[in-house]
Design a protein around this ligand. Structure first.
Ligand code: C2E
Ligand code: CA
Ligand code: CA
Ligand code: CA
Length: 279
């Protein structure tokens, strides 16, 4: 499967450059980045492997920094979370994605739902509700087109408020996915109480499959648990035919998000990808 060269230009986490001054630079540069089009979104499809149906797409943030080059969100998002700047950036992400969705709908692109990553501290804020409502209104969007991805870690960090917040999103008609499931070292009892619609199984559970027997047994058990909860299940980070074969051998097949189908693509390339599958 072709993954674009573009994907490999991204700088991954490097402890040598991830110093205090690097962090300060990021916080200093982010305002300019928002104003001068250095930030942009890429889109990665979620596919049902049985039929090839595209059920949705995750929006992922990119920063093309004039000096540092393409910086990975895995590097700059944690820095912005620490400094509080992540709120402004998330406002930008929500508006940008809503505008894109309204364009896709106008153009008649065969598109079902887009997922937006919401950082931990933002999930329970009233600011998030306002920004969502403002943008749904501004772009005349039906809320069923939007899913919010919130991490398991942020949910268990503030479980009562997270349950309330997710209930409000559902009342608005939004879908809510539990992201990075299985990485938060939590008890599972909260799953009964939180009205999520989707569970995303983290890539770390896929990497060793199928070569490692233990990893394969663990992934199979997690998929069985999640599908039996009657939630939509998405597995992230699926790259190889062997992984697809392993996953589709299960009774209830989850949705797949991974390089096997497509890397995250800029908006134009993503619509081309979608249109090519249509025919
Ligand atoms: P995530 O939410 O778990 O997103 C999935 C990550 O896995 C993405 O990395 C995606 O490109 C990558 N991925 C998907 N399939 C494959 C695969 O088959 N192989 C490999 N090697 N990787 C795959 P990305 O885009 O670098 O984002 C990293 C993290 O940064 C995200 O993890 C998320 O936590 C955060 N992030 C990205 N965009 C945003 C955003 O707009 N807002 C917030 N708050 N966080 C974001
Ligand atoms: Ca990456
Ligand atoms: Ca995510
Ligand atoms: Ca993940």
């Amino acid at each position: 499967h072709s993954s674009t060269t573009y994907q490999h230009q991204i700088i991954e986490y490097d402890p040598d450059i991830h110093t205090y001054s690097f962090e300060r630079q990021i916080v200093q540069d982010i305002n300019r980045a928002i104003d001068s089009n250095e930030l942009f979104m890429v889109y990665q499809p979620k596919v049902w492997p049985g039929t090839g149906d595209v059920t949705g797409v995750e929006a992922l943030l990119r920063w093309n920094h004039p000096v540092q080059g393409m910086i990975s969100p895995g590097v700059f998002i944690p820095v912005l979370e620490k400094s509080g700047k992540i709120f402004e950036v998330t406002d930008w992400v929500i508006e940008n994605v809503c505008r894109q969705v309204s364009l896709w709908l106008e153009e008649g692109v065969a598109f079902k739902q887009v997922s937006i990553n919401i950082p931990g501290p933002y999930v329970t804020s009233s600011r998030l509700l306002n920004v969502l409502n403002d943008n749904l209104m501004k772009y005349q969007l039906d809320s069923r087109f939007i899913e919010l991805e919130i991490t398991e870690t942020s949910v268990i960090h503030d479980i009562d408020n997270a349950i309330t917040a997710v209930g409000r999103f559902r009342d608005m008609g939004l879908s809510v996915a539990l992201d990075d499931f299985g990485t938060g070292l939590s008890s599972l009892s909260y799953l009964r109480k939180i009205p999520i619609t989707t569970i995303k199984i983290d890539k770390s559970f896929v990497d060793g499959v199928p070569l490692s027997e233990k990893d394969s047994a663990l992934l199979r058990a997690i998929i069985t648990l999640c599908t039996s909860l009657k939630l939509k299940v998405v597995i992230e980070g699926v790259e190889t035919q062997e992984q697809i074969d392993f996953i589709t051998s299960m009774v209830e097949t989850p949705y797949i998000q991974g390089y096997y189908f497509s890397p995250p693509l800029p908006e134009g390339e993503f619509t081309d990808w979608l249109n090519e599958r249509e025919v």
